[in-house]
Design a protein around this ligand. Structure first.
Ligand code: CP
Ligand code: NVA
Length: 313
């Protein structure tokens, strides 16, 4: 596998490999600080970012390379140069590329025309590097004792909900997404893909519309913002109303397993999708998740640069 374009492209072996290396980069960030020596990695973003940008630039620096950060108005791409031509030019200067943008198809196209590894740093449909950080955090917290557990996501059926389902399917666990019915439910293509993967891994996929049912016995309660980057402001009030039963608060957390934890990819809006007491409480793993954004992007870059990821057929 040349690129990391979609969560669904990862095999379980690839995930295990990245997560193992991420843990090594957690304790020894400079253990491979020569592999990008004298080289650069282009980081191109058409949406804002705090964690992914900082994690990516730091990961590249720890691998001995130079990050080149580019926004859309820095490139001729914003003035009509094609994705294919841009991909070829960046491939001539850099050894890898990380991209955050709106359309998944743009990221797929960039991967197709680039001769260097391309990593998806978030699209409207998917956020693979976030899920790698989340699962590094989950394994660190629960150890190998995660197989029989239930992993529940609450709120908007957005890119994070899609990725949560797919990664849960790859990991072979009981994965739940709880959203309102209708337009804020996860994409049917993501649900179908998760179900297909689950058939090969033994995972259980559930799409529920009742937050309490979803929380029952769950080991992880996960949520994300209700208004994602690019969501139309015109739907804000309708969305807030529809999603309010899915807020993760102390009463929902108490329905979870006795050792349940709270997770969030961040940025968070306290008292919207999560109560302050939960996100800032003792069961919250948010800072460790954010820490692992760097270790996992560093590990993904490391294995892609070595051509060591096999992908899923
Ligand atoms: N979780 C995440 O991707 O954060 P940023 O949008 O700040 O990069
Ligand atoms: N769903 C959010 C995730 C941010 C990391 C968004 O796309 O804005």
């Amino acid at each position: 596998m040349k690129d990391l374009l979609r969560t669904e492209h990862l095999s379980r072996g690839d995930v295990d490999k990245i997560l193992t290396t991420a843990r090594e980069f957690a304790s020894n960030p400079l253990k491979a600080n020569q592999i990008l020596s004298g080289k650069s990695v282009a980081i191109y973003m058409t949406k804002p970012s705090t964690r992914t940008r900082l994690a990516s630039e730091t990961a590249v620096a720890h691998l001995g390379g130079h990050p080149i950060f580019l926004r859309s108005d820095d490139l001729q791409l914003g003035r009509g140069e094609t994705i294919a031509d841009t991909a070829r030019i960046i491939s001539g200067f850099s050894d890898a590329m990380i991209i955050r943008t709106f359309k998944q198809s743009d990221v797929d196209e960039l991967g197709r025309f680039a001769t260097i590894p391309v990593i998806n740093g978030l699209t409207d449909e998917d956020h693979p590097t976030q899920l790698l950080a989340d699962w590094t955090t989950i394994l660190e917290h629960f150890g190998s004792d995660f197989a029989g557990r239930k992993f529940a996501y609450f709120g908007d059926g957005n890119n994070m909900a899609n990725s949560w389902l797919i990664m849960g399917a790859i990991m072979g666990v009981h994965v739940v997404v709880a959203t309102p019915q209708g337009r804020f439910a996860p994409a049917s293509t993501a649900v179908k893909r998760a179900q297909e993967i689950a058939e090969t891994t033994g995972a259980k996929i559930e799409i529920l519309h009742d937050a309490k049912d979803a929380a029952k016995g769950a080991s992880v309660l996960y949520t994300d913002v209700w208004m994602s980057m690019g969501d139309p402001e015109s739907e804000r009030s309708e969305k807030m109303k529809a999603l309010s039963p899915f807020k993760v608060d102390d009463s929902l957390l108490s329905i979870g397993a006795s050792d349940a934890v709270f997770m969030h990819c961040l940025p968070a809006h306290r008292e919207e999708e999560v109560s302050t007491s939960v996100i800032d409480g003792e069961r919250s793993l948010i800072w460790r998740q954010a820490f692992h954004r760097r270790t996992t992007i560093q590990a993904a870059l490391f294995h892609l640069l070595h051509g060591e990821l096999n992908g899923r057929e």
